[in-house]
Design a protein around this ligand. Structure first.
Ligand SMILES: Cc1cc2nc3c(=O)[nH]c(=O)nc-3n(C[C@H](O)[C@H](O)[C@H](O)COP(=O)(O)OP(=O)(O)OC[C@H]3O[C@@H](n4cnc5c(N)ncnc54)[C@H](O)[C@@H]3O)c2cc1C
Length: 406
């Protein structure tokens, strides 16, 4: 570790100075609340100004190449940056305001994009100017994604797209969408898919928000009726979209492992504090309910093991963390930890942990219930829990293919 820290002290000191000059203190420690609030999407106020400054500095995408507007930092510097952001109670609003831009689309464009595509799209993501959605799933193609049937036809200088996507997060306010489309119906399913990038601002695209039990409408049904995609907006080669799409999914899973840094959520109440507040302690200062105490301990050990594993994986990568199939293991572990935590929080709160709205419940209590419901989605999106297990079995353990070729 000492070796990694070599040369980082002056960088850390520059970051601290920059933060003092640029991070509005009014936002300190409010990341978690702001990231889930509409204020983060506003184009006014301190949160907006902060996002603009972070983006202009390239630090919303710290390891992306500086030539396209990224920070050009090494993984070690990026880690130090994130630690300094955390220390200042700061966070990265652009992870949310770019939709899938920072976590998934950008890294995939950097890997597969032409020079023109990088110049066109990456700087705008770095500055937080574009919200990206992703159109993979269809009514008859979820886990079996290769069955997708939304088609793109070659019209000479452009593509015409027809079909329906579903569960498209943020499609109703996205400016651009990354779309998996079928460009050849005659070949094996995976060999006839391409990846198109499409401007959402056109009459051929209609979005219908889907309401969730948690009260939000985070995703949509998205309809393409003679929608237009420009010829130079295909990411990767014609009919090679399966590889591009799978790579993007690895980036998605990586962003859901709990390893993504720079989100800087600000401080939240520890589970131990929630337990003490609602369940109380015995004469020896231990949590009063022995059964809850042992389950809480088991959860805290799982959570610690998960965060230590992430630290080990990062350290072993010696600052060159590469996204790989191992992201599936970490994503499943992160889903387990997050869902366990949400379940335990409600249990600890007792009657106060069943609130939906109204004066009888505090804001934290209502949020705990909503987080519990929202957290259910984590083992579905980005490929379900079972699909990750299939990937682990095949690509990491080398076990034979099952019925789901993936
Ligand atoms: C909050 C949220 C946001 C999302 N955002 C997006 C988005 O922005 N863009 C997008 O394209 N999609 C998005 N999705 C869709 C998501 O990718 C799919 O829901 C997911 O891939 C599962 O597909 P499905 O819903 O069709 O379920 P199905 O594929 O029908 O699966 C149903 C169940 O069967 C199991 N199953 C299926 N096949 C197998 C198998 N071979 N082996 C073992 N078990 C299997 C699954 O694990 C699951 O439990 C989102 C989903 C959620 C919940």
């Amino acid at each position: 570790m000492a070796e990694e820290e070599d040369g980082l002290e002056s960088f850390r000191s520059d970051v601290r100075t920059w933060l003092v000059e640029n991070f509005p203190t009014s936002l300190a420690g409010r990341g978690a609340a702001l990231m889930s609030a509409e204020t983060i999407d506003s184009t006014e106020g301190d949160a907006f100004v902060w996002g603009q400054r972070l983006g202009a500095q390239g630090w919303a995408t710290p390891t992306w190449p500086a030539e396209y507007g990224g920070g050009g930092l090494t993984q070690h510097q990026a880690r130090a940056l994130n630690q300094e952001l955390d220390r200042a109670g700061a966070f990265n609003p652009l992870v949310r305001t770019t939709g899938m831009g920072i976590t998934m689309v950008g890294p995939t464009i950097l890997e597969y994009g032409s020079e023109d595509q990088k110049q066109r799209h990456i700087p705008r993501i770095c500055r937080g100017e574009v919200f990206w959605a992703l159109g993979y799933s269809e009514p008859n193609a979820g886990s079996d994604l290769a069955s997708l049937s939304t088609k793109a036809e070659d019209k000479g200088d452009h593509w015409i797209v027809n079909g329906q996507k579903t569960w498209t997060s943020g499609a109703d306010h996205a400016q651009w969408i990354g779309l998996l489309v079928r460009t050849d119906f005659e070949v094996a399913k995976r060999d006839g898919i391409s990846f198109l990038m499409i401007d959402m601002n056109q009459p051929g695209i209609e979005t219908r928000p889907i309401q969730l039990i948690g009260g939000e409408s985070p995703f949509c049904e998205t309809f393409f009726n003679d929608a237009r995609a420009e010829k130079d907006e295909m990411l990767g080669d014609l009919n090679a979209g399966w590889s591009v799409g799978k790579r993007l999914l690895q980036h998605e899973r990586q962003s859901q492992t709990g390893a993504i840094s720079g989100v800087g959520s600000g401080k939240r109440k520890s589970l131990k504090d929630v337990a003490k507040e609602y369940v109380g302690v015995d004469v020896e200062g231990r949590l009063a309910d022995p059964d809850l105490r042992s389950r809480l301990t088991a959860h805290l050990m799982d959570a610690k093991a998960h965060s230590l594993t992430i630290a080990r994986v990062t350290a072993e990568a010696r600052g060159n963390a590469k996204v790989s199939a191992a992201a599936s293991i970490l994503k499943n572990a992160a889903s387990n930890v997050l869902q366990q935590r949400a379940e335990l929080t409600l249990e600890l709160m007792g009657h106060n942990g069943v609130g939906w709205e109204g004066e009888g419940f505090s804001k934290d209590e209502v949020n705990a219930v909503r987080n519990w419901l929202t957290g259910k989605a984590m083992s579905i999106y980005g490929g379900s829990f079972e699909i990750q297990n299939n990937i682990i079995a095949k690509n990491i353990l080398g076990l034979p293919e099952n019925t789901q070729r993936g």
